[in-house]
Design a protein around this ligand. Structure first.
Ligand SMILES: Nc1nc2c(c(=O)[nH]1)N[C@H]1C(S)=C(S)[C@@H](COP(=O)(O)OP(=O)(O)OC[C@H]3O[C@@H](n4cnc5c(=O)[nH]c(N)nc54)[C@H](O)[C@@H]3O)O[C@H]1N2
Ligand SMILES: Nc1nc2c(c(=O)[nH]1)N[C@H]1C(S)=C(S)[C@@H](COP(=O)(O)OP(=O)(O)OC[C@H]3O[C@@H](n4cnc5c(=O)[nH]c(N)nc54)[C@H](O)[C@@H]3O)O[C@H]1N2
Ligand SMILES: [Mo]
Length: 725
């Protein structure tokens, strides 16, 4: 989303820097952006399709035609032998960032007729999706802090210093935090680790991993007890306030102190300060999702904001107002009814589905265990589950058992090495760009178009075409009859109709399809759009393209009334599905207060990584080893660990060895490992990453440690034992 200035000579990138004239990012850029040229030039990046011979485990470059012939043979074989029920997909994170993948996933997942799929969503934001669908009516309508105008910001379980933000899209979040403080406001970071973000805050509040829901309930308690509850402008569209009052009636800050480790007077003071601030927002991110009480904690974040009238107003928690409406915003519980959970169960462990998914860590047993419904075919799309998914050793053992595997990916990595066919996408500089859902939680109404910088051979299919093509084959049809344009038109037609428009009429405006047509549609029917001539001054993609440095339509505006799409039009402050989880939380609180000695493991990110996959870029991995176990000095002393020594870390799931870094940035009792490492596996083509292999922290994450309300894995708060190796 940040504006780049890319200098090129011929087909080489000579420099990438932040575009100072960019209306959104104003020159700001993180290291990920500066290295797109390195990714483009990476000799290890896969540029042509490859097919693997299983017997010799060797790869051969093939034409696209031959690759799809192999796909057809494999897919049809498995579907004939075992049925479409035996086929599934794993969708990874870049599917949310890539120009085509983010707009065309439906043409694979929807058209193929998979019974269900797996995704990185269940090690990420599924709890927030559950909370939002129940509260607001759509799983992707996730409100974000209006960080540029707030007076009081509480960041829980997020570290924008490393991540750049997440369900909060804003360039230079640390700069915004500094500005909040400069204008007399306050920033509080609630995190088991004193992160680089905490260093920019007024206050760091260490908290025991997984205890955030208790902290937030105690905040609610204070708000009710001290008569600070005032819903403000949204009062008439909120229901369930009394239920929340009852829920936290006994949960004084004192009563949860032993569990959260947050002193009662700190919790009380923050609740009071937050309520009294002229504007304020509590923001919760992955630390609150990837934990045992992910749904409860993620839901309570919104509750706290709403209770004190800091919702849907400037400086508060607000819905995004993107120029292009995100495709994910189409569904609504007003139209489709409230979600039913547990419509089916996973075959082996009988985990009830949530929003169509079971924990992605369960995929391994579904592949490995024989029987009816066993997974025999897997398509991975921009995902590296052998590293990113809990209990990953099991998945590594299971993948060779598949009868067919296709990966849409740009690298031969820990996961894709098991594929039969590897179908590469374009490099980031060979495709246009315009984000979809990410603008849905952006700090301003902005947008911009990026043209592809380097041309790609027109005969090479785009990733949209690849998705659609595979979807086609799964329905039993053949390569000969595949025609992207027909499927693209059908998808475009569905999107037109969702906006009350006639596709035949709207289609007249375009001489070609593809992602660009979809972007234009979502802009023209968005809040600032021209609606195809109805508002002649309105925006179109053409107008945005003409603004080289992007378009900024201003700050967020109150729009809850228009965004909320529940059956009764009300925001549900107390969905029973979620509030019924409080007794489980209190049970855990009692158990945790009794057993304070053990260590628990949490994850972290680094500004020079992107999950599992930027480790093949030299400038991003150079310098001192980042894959270390952070341990508080007291814990290090107790376990006889020394800085720079090697520790053996063991959990219920496995055991690894890793260098120790003793640091008081950890709270006592909690140790931290980065995720995304472990590049020592055979058969990959990652020459740089291999030299900086690190270890995979998901070898320690038990597959069955997850938040049962959302099926989101708890990769934070894993009990571990740490000893010198
Ligand atoms: N222990 C622990 N585990 C975690 C987390 C954690 O905090 N702790 N975080 C979780 C989170 S939030 C996430 S999102 C997941 C991420 O999990 P994954 O999505 O599985 O991992 P990534 O590294 O993001 O996957 C990137 C893959 O996409 C490919 N790729 C990159 N760009 C493109 C492209 O443009 N097109 C195509 N076709 N492929 C591309 C890369 O080569 C790589 O194979 O990890 C999760 N796992
Ligand atoms: N440079 C870079 N940027 C990225 C990524 C990357 O890998 N590298 N990944 C991208 C992705 S896919 C995502 S989802 C986002 C994530 O964006 P963020 O959520 O900002 O990611 P993290 O930096 O992992 O920050 C999570 C914080 O939660 C804390 N934490 C862990 N457990 C708990 C807990 O139980 N309670 C509380 N209160 N805190 C806890 C951790 O100590 C950590 O500081 O970042 C995105 N941006
Ligand atoms: Mo993520």
């Amino acid at each position: 989303m940040c504006g780049l200035q890319v200098d090129v000579e011929g087909d080489e990138v000579t420099l990438i820097r932040g575009d100072r004239d960019d209306v959104w990012s104003k020159g700001y850029l993180c290291p990920k952006g500066t290295t797109l040229g390195k990714l483009h030039a990476d000799p290890d990046r896969i540029r042509v399709p490859m097919v693997r011979d299983r017997e010799t485990d060797t790869w051969r470059e093939v034409s696209w035609e031959e690759a799809f012939a192999k796909c057809e043979e494999l897919i049809h074989g498995v579907v004939q032998r075992h049925g479409i029920e035996s086929c599934t997909a794993f969708v990874g994170n870049p599917a949310g960032h890539n120009f085509d993948l983010q707009r065309y996933m439906a043409l694979l997942i929807g058209n193929a007729g998979f019974h269900h799929i797996y995704s990185a969503g269940t090690v990420d934001q599924w709890p927030k999706n559950v909370a939002c669908v129940l509260m607001y009516g759509n799983m992707w309508k996730i409100p974000t802090p209006d960080i540029q105008r707030t007076d009081y910001l509480v960041i829980m379980g997020g570290n924008p210093q490393a991540s750049g933000g997440s369900l909060l899209a804003c360039p230079d979040v640390l700069g915004e935090m500094d500005k909040i403080r400069e204008r007399g406001g306050r920033v509080v970071v609630v995190d088991p680790r004193r992160t680089g973000t905490a260093d920019h805050a007024d206050e760091w509040v260490p908290i025991l991993p997984g205890a955030d829901a208790a902290f937030l309930l105690a905040m609610c308690h204070v708000l009710f007890a001290e008569d600070l509850v005032d819903l403000g402008d949204v009062a008439d569209i909120v229901k369930g306030v009394d239920a929340v009052r009852a829920l936290c009636a006994d949960l004084t800050p004192e009563s949860v102190e032993a569990f959260t480790r947050v002193p009662a007077d700190t919790a009380r003071r923050i609740a009071r300060e937050f309520a009294a601030a002229p504007s304020g927002a509590v923001y919760g991110r992955i630390g609150l999702c990837n934990q045992e009480f992910g749904t409860l904690a993620s839901y309570l974040v919104d509750v706290v904001n709403i209770l004190v009238g800091k919702f849907d107003r400037p400086g508060g928690l607000m819905f995004g107002n993107p120029i292009n409406w995100p495709l994910g915003w189409m569904a609504s519980t007003a139209k489709n009814g409230l979600p039913e959970f547990g419509r089916w169960r996973s075959r082996v462990s009988e985990v009830p589905e949530v929003l169509g998914q079971v924990p992605c860590g369960v995929m391994a047993e579904e592949i490995a265990a024989p029987g009816d419904g066993q997974i025999k075919f897997l398509v991975t799309i921009a995902g590296n589950p052998v590293i990113s998914v809990p209990d990953s050793a099991k998945l590594e053992e299971a993948l060779p058992l598949l009868e067919g595997m296709i990966s849409i990916d740009n690298y031969l990595n820990e996961t894709t090495r098991f594929a039969d066919v590897l179908l590469p996408g374009a490099s980031p500089l060979e495709q246009p760009h315009y984000d979809d859902i990410m603008w849905g939680w952006a700090a301003r109404s902005a947008g911009k178009w990026n043209d592809a910088i380097f041309p790609r051979d027109a005969s090479v299919p785009t990733e949209a075409e690849v998705l659609a093509h595979l979807g086609w084959l799964f329905t039993g049809k053949t390569n000969d009859s595949f025609d992207f344009a027909t499927l693209d038109d059908a998808w475009f037609g569905a999107l037109c109709r969702s906006q009350g428009l006639d596709p035949a009429e709207i289609g007249e405006h375009y001489d070609r399809g593809g992602g660009e047509r979809l972007v234009d549609l979502t802009i023209r029917t968005g809040p600032f759009g021209d609606r195809y001539g109805e508002h002649p001054d309105g925006l179109t993609l053409e107008k945005i393209k003409a603004s080289e440095h992007g378009v900024d339509m201003g700050p967020l505006v109150p729009r809850a009334r228009e965004m909320v799409c529940t059956p009764d039009g009300m925001i549900d402050l107390a969905p029973e599905y979620i509030t019924a989880d409080v007794p489980r939380l209190l049970g855990r609180a009692a158990a945790a207060s009794d057993a304070r000695d053990g260590l628990v493991l949490i994850s972290r990110r680094h500004i020079r990584s992107k999950n599992t996959w930027l480790h093949n870029v030299k400038v991003l991995v150079k310098g001192k080893d980042r894959c270390t176990l952070l341990v508080h000095p007291e814990d290090a002393a107790a376990a006889r660990l020394v800085d720079g020594g090697i520790a053996r870390v063991s959990s219920e799931a496995g055991s690894i060895e890793v260098p120790v870094e003793v640091s008081d940035e950890m709270m006592p009792g909690v140790v931290s490992l980065p995720h995304g490492w472990g590049h020592d596996r055979p058969g990959t083509r990652l020459s740089v990453a291999r030299e900086h292999a690190g270890v995979n922290n998901n070898l320690l994450a038990p597959a069955h440690f997850y938040d049962p309300l959302s099926n989101n894995h708890a990769v934070n708060g894993i009990p571990v034992e740490v000893v010198p190796a």
